[in-house]
Design a protein around this ligand. Structure first.
Ligand code: GDP
Length: 673
């Protein structure tokens, strides 16, 4: 079709050019004068809009529905019918929470844009083709077209790191803040002792009376500058916070005992710090011991890719003795040096944002949380949202156990005045008023109860992303039963190279899949694979709660094949059939218009609308299809449980007979070995 001049179209539609230009403007078609040409599609929209004969779906659809609702049974039928006529099931479409462009919405509804514009006009809204309509409006209009419009809810904000977007003005207000340090390393290498030594040498001597209580973090001073230490050593705590979306640590100290050397948890700790992108300083501890061998430790570190500075690399190592309190100042100075490279800054004038690092219920004070202030300054009396709860700061207690009036960036502080006990990783945000704070908490609570879909958790999902054109490196965590298999696996995995996509092993180790592996997978969007190993109970609990799937292989080739196929984008999810319930046909009802409806009793499991179904008679399958309509009395229902009656109907099938067994089944993702 060709373009048409405005003047010609106006004539055809019995309008003046001026009238038509106004209409065109309303529907978003760019035409300036009577001599302008418009494209055939736009012309059609205007013709449809102005033509009185055009029948539109919404005018008739709702009416038809209400007709059937008020007259479910033909008036001539003498007996009341237990199960009403099944109505055509509305199709479901999904749209974004913040609305949808009119044109795209029309496509989804399989309708003409002009029909949507007309419907909006009836509601007094003049909309153009490229205009966004609200999700509520889309639901309203969709219903008229017999569509069920569902709204996509974005992922929970409560568990996400708060990205503070800054204007140039705000950037000017940024000031340096102290670094926040976490100590990690193998058990018994001296993490706790080192934390105690740093605290006692740097705090106790300067504060009268020393520290009376621990609040989960403390600050020390060196050369007039502050450093914040998190008092919960270990990579599990570190990664658990990260898995919840909270980035707290700026520098990781990996403690290695000079007499024991690098051990499995040392490697784990290094991998966790690396995966988080946090710079590492190695404290070579216990150098006072007669069998201490710092050079051996440095050698081991080099083999792990952490070449010490004095050997030409970039890893800072500091010999210390937590017991004899030597090397502590050097360690602290190195922390400042490494931190300076990161230019850590925050705006102390902003409303406070903080992260919970510890929480508990105190008998006297109620819910208590230790926060680390990320940005802004927190004051007594501030009203806040804290994860799914809210409150007003009643008291602030410093790391020295003293009451204080405010807490600045990177300062640890204990707060009271919270409505409920929050969880570590929860974000505190200061709000303008109580109403806002409560609303926000309520929203967070709702979001938290909707399951989080992790973007990558299986090779199949990764494969799908590759198929969809995303070029990604594949992050893997691999656990194997013995060192030999692990090394062979890693070597083979590193050789796989599909169209410049690579396997990136962020952690590997010998032994069962542990809690820390699951947390690391979650925090780093890595895929967790086991070879000939089991999964620890605690790890299983977390993986189930957080919906992180773990795949365990028994055959090396299968594992390598799956990884290769995932990188190629050709690994498909395998499904298996699972029978979810059985029902018996107890009665049948025949209707002249609809056909036969079976009145059933669920004898086991449940019946699920939309699931697959088969009908058996004398153990022989006589029908297979989909459970199209499922009712309890007059109501359409999603499912009916064992021990209840229901009505089942299938369009175009009338063969139900008393005594038939209806089997309901679902296709579920296969858990492969
Ligand atoms: P963690 O499990 O890493 O927290 O280790 P701890 O801090 O509990 O220390 C384990 C053991 O090593 C304790 O008995 C400490 O006293 C001892 N220890 C820690 N640091 C040193 C040190 O620098 N020298 C010596 N000789 N012993 C130490």
């Amino acid at each position: 079709m060709e373009k048409i001049k405005v003047s010609a179209l106006a004539k055809e539609l019995n309008k003046t050019s001026k009238e038509l230009l106004a209409i065109l403007k309303d529907v978003g078609v760019d035409a300036k004068t009577a001599a302008s040409s418009i494209d055939p599609e736009s012309a059609k929209i205007v013709r449809d809009l102005l033509s009185p004969k055009t029948a539109t779906a919404p005018d008739t659809a709702p009416k038809r529905q209400s007709d059937t609702a008020t007259h479910p049974v033909p008036a001539s039928k003498p007996t009341p019918e237990p199960i009403p006529t099944p109505e055509p099931m509305p199709k479901t479409i999904r749209i974004p929470e913040n609305g949808i462009i009119l044109k795209d919405f029309a496509d989804k509804l399989n309708a003409r844009s002009s029909d949507i514009i007309k419907e909006l006009m009836k509601k007094g809204i003049m909309a153009t083709l490229n205009q966004k309509i609200s999700s509520e409006m889309a639901q309203d209009i969709g219903a008229g077209f017999s569509f069920n419009v569902e709204i996509d809810v974005p992922p929970p904000a409560a568990t996400k790191e708060i990205e503070v977007e800054m204007t140039a003005e705000e950037t000017k207000k940024l000031k340096s803040r102290p670094p926040v340090v976490t100590i990690m390393g193998h058990v018994d290498h001296g993490k706790t002792k080192l934390l105690d030594t740093i605290r006692s040498t740097k705090v106790a001597e300067s504060e009268a009376g020393g520290i009376t209580q621990h609040i989960g973090a403390y600050q020390v001073q060196i050369k007039g500058r502050k450093i914040t230490f998190l008092d919960t050593p270990g990579h599990e705590a570190f990664t658990a916070l990260r898995a919840r979306g909270a980035k707290v640590t700026d520098v990781a100290i990996i403690v290695v005992a000079a007499d024991d050397g690098v051990m499995p948890q040392t490697i784990e700790a290094i991998d966790h710090a690396k995966a988080a992108g946090v710079p590492i300083i190695v404290a070579i501890n216990k150098v006072d011991k007669p069998d201490a061998n710092p050079d051996h430790v440095k050698q081991q570190l080099s083999e792990l890719g952490l070449q010490p500075e004095e050997w030409g690399g970039s890893t800072v190592t500091v010999p210390v003795s937590a017991k004899q309190k030597t090397g502590i100042d050097e360690l602290l100075e190195m922390i400042l040096l490494v931190a300076d490279l990161q230019e850590l800054k925050a705006n102390p004038d902003a409303k406070a944002v903080g992260v919970v690092i510890e929480s508990r219920l105190d008998k006297g004070k109620g819910p208590i949380a230790t926060l680390l202030i990320k940005n802004g300054t927190l004051y007594v009396g501030d009203i806040f949202t804290l994860g799914a709860t809210s409150g007003k700061i009643r008291a602030l207690i410093s790391d020295k156990g003293e009451r204080t009036k405010k807490a600045t960036p990177s300062t640890p502080v204990e707060i009271s005045g919270i409505a409920e006990v929050p969880i570590p990783g929860d974000i505190l945000q200061v709000m303008d008023n109580e109403k806002e704070a409560k609303n926000m908490a309520e929203q967070n609570k709702i979001l938290r109860s909707t399951p989080v879909s992790h973007t990558l958790q299986t090779l199949e999902e990764f494969s799908k992303e590759v198929e969809g054109g995303e070029v990604l490196d594949l992050n893997l965590i691999i656990k194997a039963d013995v060192q030999g298999s692990l090394e062979a696996l890693i070597a083979s995995l590193k050789e796989i190279n599909v169209e410049s996509k690579r396997v990136n092993i962020i952690h590997s180790g010998v032994g069962n899949i542990s809690e820390s592996d699951v947390l690391l997978a979650e925090a780093s969007k890595a895929i967790l694979i086991g070879f000939h190993v089991d999964i620890d109970n605690r790890a299983r609990e977390i993986s189930e709660a957080e919906n992180i799937r773990v795949k365990i292989y028994d055959i090396i080739y299968k594992l390598l094949d799956d990884v290769k196929m995932a990188l190629e984008g050709s690994l498909k999810i395998e499904y298996e059939e699972v029978v979810i319930g059985k029902a018996e046909v107890r009665q049948t009802f025949k209707f002249s218009k609809v056909g036969v409806i079976s009145g059933c009793f669920v004898i086991s499991g449940k019946m699920l609308r939309g699931a697959g179904m088969r009908i058996f008679r004398n153990n022989e399958k006589i029908y297979e299809g989909k459970m199209e309509s499922l009712k309890r009395f007059k109501e359409d229902v999603k499912e009916v449980m064992e021990g209840y009656e229901c009505g089942i109907a299938i369009v175009g099938y009338e063969g139900f007979k008393q005594g038939d067994i209806i089997e309901c089944f679902e296709m579920r993702e296969k858990t492969r070995k």
